[in-house]
Design a protein around this ligand. Structure first.
Ligand code: NA7
Length: 529
């Protein structure tokens, strides 16, 4: 069977890539390891799992009837609703006939003689394709820290990203949660509702802003749908690809009075979600501005948590937004409950897991159910786990040994005809990811169309363009607060991973404009043969 494009992954990226590439006449096929479409929203099913960007903005824009007819029940859709949406899209656009589920890509080698990718999947099948689009998701390889004794734990060990599909009843259990990132912040209040006791092991305190979730306001939905295309276009000119209804204050944070600053933060706190980080335009680039916003949130924590000493332990000290902001429902308030305990493991790391608990700071903490909300090997993890080799048989794991070299976040020198969606070097992690996906896929479709029209067989990033791009990604990061904490953006959550800032913090419009300019200039920085 002739295949033009093999797409790896059937999450939101893979689904749109299949639809779009088909629409330009290419024969495309999706290989998906899971037994379902949906990607992240198939895998992450812990209690409280929901999107942290409002659903009217975290959704596809490519099809007007789809965006008009789909109705979100809540401001922030829950995981089951997002999974229904992915399934609806797969059915609506007749995608399933070209999706192979339960099919994990184990190997992908570029064959220089034929200029084809040769792919092998875990069922022993082999495939050949001119192009590969990796739509594997930046957060799809769960991180399970190598705690000594983990296997000896007598009760269930659950990971937020590998949750049992039948659900877990925490009723009457003594539960431990390790981690206080977005996943933990979403699940902790709900686990506390059911568990007999809940112990949270915190390495770094988290900033969480109330989601103010609830049923979607029908008036707002109608207003946006009256000009959905215009709303999407305005969002695409926003730094993060969403939030166009709320402009930041016209002045920098420190140029307004303390009262006005407070009022501005308070207004955003009441609106909820990421809007707080957009109150002023300089929150992520000016240390004093950032400190003001961070102190505002610390004030809120002190107001919510009744025990002042406990409140202090929950107050983060790193810059706000440096790690992805958590969007919560009742997170800090949960610590007011008498059966919920916070244990700091920042200064005294977890030493080992025992059959009935764990040891940290020389003390054993007992529990019968262990939840790891310990995040992901972000960006590079999903690709370096595939035996993926470019020219000269070079493995991607070797190419990326010191950090993920790439050009435009889309291409890697020495890996012809391979495009990576929403990976390192792009703004994906700072953007409403579906907006990022659509921009990437449309760019790839144009690029393949251009290549075919030119009569050439392969396109790949030049080593020079790649080096300059990575320099640019680092330069942009240095102008921000992002390098000043240990986040998954930096790979700092994975022991031994090179500490390199991976996503591009330029803002979505500047990035999309740059991609468009590269295309207009005949794919400048790329080599074709
Ligand atoms: P995150 O945000 O990476 O959070 C993982 C949490 O687990 C975080 O609090 C980590 O502490 C903690 N962690 C990781 N390893 C350890 C060890 N060894 N000991 C103690 N604590 C540990 O992952 P999430 O799943 O919550 O969210 C990922 C993204 O998904 C999120 O940003 C949204 O985009 C959706 P640390 O902060 O590293 O000190």
């Amino acid at each position: 069977m002739r295949i033009d494009v093999l797409i790896v992954g059937a999450g939101f990226g893979g689904l749109y890539a299949l639809h779009k590439l088909r629409s330009i006449g290419l024969r495309a096929l999706v290989l998906e390891a899971a037994p379902s479409v949906g990607g992240t929203w198939w895998a992450n099913r812990y209690p409280g799992a929901r999107v942290d960007i409002q659903s009217l903005e975290y959704s596809y824009s490519f099809d007007e009837p789809l965006q008009q007819q789909w109705h979100w029940s809540e401001r922030y859709a829950s995981q089951p609703e997002l999974l229904r949406y992915a399934n609806h899209v797969a059915d609506r656009f007749d995608l399933r006939r070209d999706i192979c589920l339960n099919t994990r890509v184990e190997q992908a080698h570029f064959d220089e003689a034929t200029a084809l990718w040769r792919v092998r999947t875990d069922d022993g099948r082999t495939w050949r394709a001119r192009f590969i689009v990796t739509a594997v998701g930046p957060l799809s390889t769960p991180n399970t820290p190598a705690f000594p004794g983990l296997d000896s734990f007598a009760g269930p060990v659950l990971h937020s990203a590998r949750w049992p599909h039948e659900g877990v009843d925490f009723g009457g259990r003594d539960v431990a949660v390790i981690g206080t990132g977005s996943s933990a912040v979403q699940m902790i209040p709900l686990i506390a509702e059911r568990a007999r006791t809940l112990t949270v092991f915190q390495r770094t305190a988290a900033y969480a802003v109330p989601a103010r979730n609830g049923p979607l306001d029908p008036e707002r939905e109608a207003r946006i749908k009256a000009d959905y295309a215009g709303f999407r276009a305005r969002n695409r000119r926003m730094r993060a690809g969403f939030g166009c209804e709320l402009a930041p204050h016209a002045l920098p944070t420190m140029q307004v009075s303390a009262e006005e600053r407070q009022a501005q933060f308070e207004q955003r706190w009441q609106i909820g979600g990421f809007s707080l980080l957009g109150a002023f335009a300089d929150t992520l680039t000016d240390a004093r501005a950032n400190q003001a916003c961070a102190e505002f949130v610390r004030g809120k924590i002190r107001g919510i948590v009744r025990d002042p000493a406990l409140a202090e332990r929950l107050c983060p000290t790193h810059p706000i937004g440096c790690k992805r902001l958590c969007v919560d429902t009742g997170y800090y308030d949960t610590y007011n409950r008498s059966h919920v305990t916070l244990v700091d493991v920042g200064g005294t790391p977890i030493e080992r897991i025992t059959p009935r608990g764990l040891v940290a700071g020389g003390r054993e903490h007992g529990f019968d159910t262990l939840v790891l909300a310990t995040g992901f090997d972000a960006f590079t993890g999903p690709l370096t786990r595939i035996d993926l080799r470019g020219r000269g048989g070079l493995p991607i794991a070797d190419k990326w040994r010191d950090g993920p070299l790439n050009y435009l976040g889309l291409a890697v020198a020495g890996f012809p005809n391979l495009f990576n969606l929403v990976g390192p070097g792009s703004t994906s992690a700072f953007t409403s990811v579906i907006t990022a996906i659509e921009q990437h896929v449309d760019w790839i479709a144009d690029c393949i169309g251009w290549l075919d029209a030119s009569g050439r067989r392969t396109i790949e990033a030049s080593a020079d363009a790649e080096a300059r791009w990575v320099q640019w990604v680092n330069h942009v990061a240095e102008q921000t607060v992002y390098p000043h904490c240990n986040s998954w953006y930096l790979g700092a959550n994975i022991p031994g991973k090179p500490r390199v800032f991976m996503p591009l913090a330029s803002g979505f419009p500047a990035y999309a404009d740059r991609c468009a300019a590269v295309a207009r200039d005949g794919y400048a920085g790329f080599v074709t043969r």
